[in-house]
Write a protein that binds this ligand. Structure first.
Ligand SMILES: *[C@@H]1O[C@H](CO)[C@@H](O)[C@H](O)[C@H]1NC(C)=O
Ligand SMILES: *[C@@H]1O[C@H](CO)[C@@H](O)[C@H](O)[C@H]1NC(C)=O
Ligand SMILES: *[C@@H]1O[C@H](CO)[C@@H](O)[C@H](O)[C@H]1NC(C)=O
Ligand SMILES: *[C@@H]1O[C@H](CO)[C@@H](O)[C@H](O)[C@H]1NC(C)=O
Ligand SMILES: *[C@@H]1O[C@H](CO)[C@@H](O)[C@H](O)[C@H]1NC(C)=O
Ligand SMILES: *[C@@H]1O[C@H](CO)[C@@H](O)[C@H](O)[C@H]1NC(C)=O
Ligand SMILES: *[C@@H]1O[C@H](CO)[C@@H](O)[C@H](O)[C@H]1NC(C)=O
Ligand SMILES: *[C@@H]1O[C@H](CO)[C@@H](O)[C@H](O)[C@H]1NC(C)=O
Length: 338
């Protein structure tokens, strides 16, 4: 690969403590960076647009008992000794052939798990299947701990043309108001970003290398919003249409041993973006993408990043007002742009 020689390994610990001031900021480094920052994320008003709302696919009330009988079909696996219960999306009707729309089954599995009072409720995305799920907001709070275990493949509709008009184009999977959740598994989350990156409104993707105007929203693959006690572990996430992860308004985030990959030239595919989020640990991960490895927006403090391999992406960006800083162990210094 052309860019492989640029891979830099950063081994560092970065503790940022800033006051949660709320200034407007823009990413200045390259204009190709479309402005994803909702107008109101940097002032006191929540929620940032697009806020979760029923019209954009909010998780529905418990529907585990379609016939009106509590706790009947589809039923989760019996509780294990350790107090965990498994909610296999296939039990809730998901097909997993990569074509069928499995959104409703995922919502049902989620809602059942979320309402269950077992200590640990595992929504299982089983190995050997490929599930297509539309833009969805999974809401909490849940009764017990929730684990989304992705052992198979999870993907959105393939590009803007097949993206339903009535779902958000700025986010794909959203976890909203969840406390105590773990996203893990040996599977793959594939954002199928190619057709989004090729939109003529993306930098130099228009006719003859031009950039056409127009709304150019592309979905963040995984967004955690106003949630706490989150852990993301062991997953592979690739080809997000836009940021791979975005944490906003969150507290206590642990990211460990994840692999993010998207092409070097994919626009705006930051690995992990955080804003207004505190107590963040990002460890032992590999991020290979087209934009920032980790970008840290305003209102973040207590951020610890260790043993992250970034490349060919731009490294760690901490943007605060108009100041950008890159930290890397290799140089052990701080580069200030502007
Ligand atoms: C957001 O900002 C853009 C440009 O700064 C402006 O055109 C638009 O009206 C703003 N939207 C809201 C909801 O304030
Ligand atoms: C926050 O932003 C919105 C939209 O841009 C604006 O209408 C509102 O006055 C701002 N609030 C504060 C406190 O700055
Ligand atoms: C979008 O429209 C489809 C078809 O009309 C419908 O099945 C689906 O529930 C709608 N989704 C949302 C989030 O409104
Ligand atoms: C959080 O979830 C874990 C399992 O994921 C569980 O062991 C723990 O009891 C939960 N804690 C709370 C406060 O719900
Ligand atoms: C969305 O709307 C546009 C124009 O209204 C239409 O051409 C397109 O087929 C629609 N997409 C879907 C997935 O329904
Ligand atoms: C976070 O998890 C820890 C340990 O599982 C638990 O003690 C704490 O209450 C949780 N916090 C919240 C806000 O759920
Ligand atoms: C692209 O450039 C070629 C050669 O300069 C020109 O003939 C053609 O009209 C241009 N196409 C567009 C869509 O601008
Ligand atoms: C650093 O992270 C890699 C995975 O990216 C892992 O294999 C390695 O063991 C980690 N190193 C340390 C010292 O934890």
């Amino acid at each position: 690969m052309r860019h492989s020689q640029y891979i830099l390994a950063f081994f560092f610990t970065l503790i940022l403590t800033t006051q949660a001031r709320h200034h407007h900021h823009t990413k200045h480094k390259h204009s190709s960076h479309s402005n994803n920052n909702d107008n109101n994320t940097n002032n006191q008003s929540y929620p940032p647009s697009p806020s979760p709302s029923p019209s954009s696919g909010i998780s529905m009330p418990p529907v585990a008992a379609p016939g009106g009988y509590d706790n009947e079909a589809p039923s989760p696996s019996p509780s294990d000794d350790d107090g965990s219960e498994i909610f296999n999306v296939r039990t809730f009707g998901a097909i997993g052939d990569g074509i069928a729309d499995d959104t409703k089954s995922f919502k049902m599995a989620w809602d059942s798990a979320c309402q269950s009072d077992s200590a640990i409720n595992i929504v299982l995305v089983p190995r050997g299947f490929s599930f297509m799920v539309q833009s969805t907001i999974f809401t909490g709070p849940c009764q017990g701990g929730l684990v989304l275990k992705v052992d198979g493949t999870l993907m959105p509709p393939d590009g803007p043309e097949s993206w339903p008009n009535n779902t958000s184009r700025r986010q794909w999977l959203v976890f909203y108001r969840i406390n105590n959740m773990s996203l893990q598994g040996s599977g793959v989350i594939d954002g199928r970003g190619q057709n989004w990156w090729d939109l003529p409104c993306k930098p130099h993707k228009g006719p003859n290398g031009t950039t056409l105007p127009g709304p150019c929203d592309s979905p963040v693959a995984l967004r955690f919003f106003m949630s706490s006690n989150l852990s993301v572990q062991g997953l592979r996430i690739k080809n997000s249409p836009q940021f791979h992860f975005r944490f906003d308004g969150c507290k206590s985030v642990r990211v460990d041993s994840i692999f993010i990959t998207s092409p070097a030239l994919s626009p705006n595919t930051d690995g992990i973006h955080i804003e207004n989020t505190n107590d963040v640990r990002i460890y032992n991960s590999v991020i290979s993408n087209g934009d920032d490895c980790v970008s840290i927006g305003t209102g973040c403090y207590d951020v610890d990043i260790k043993n992250i391999t970034c490349g060919p992406s731009h490294g760690i960006r901490y943007f605060y007002d108009h100041l950008f800083m890159y930290y890397s162990q290799k140089f052990h210094s701080l580069f200030l742009l502007h």
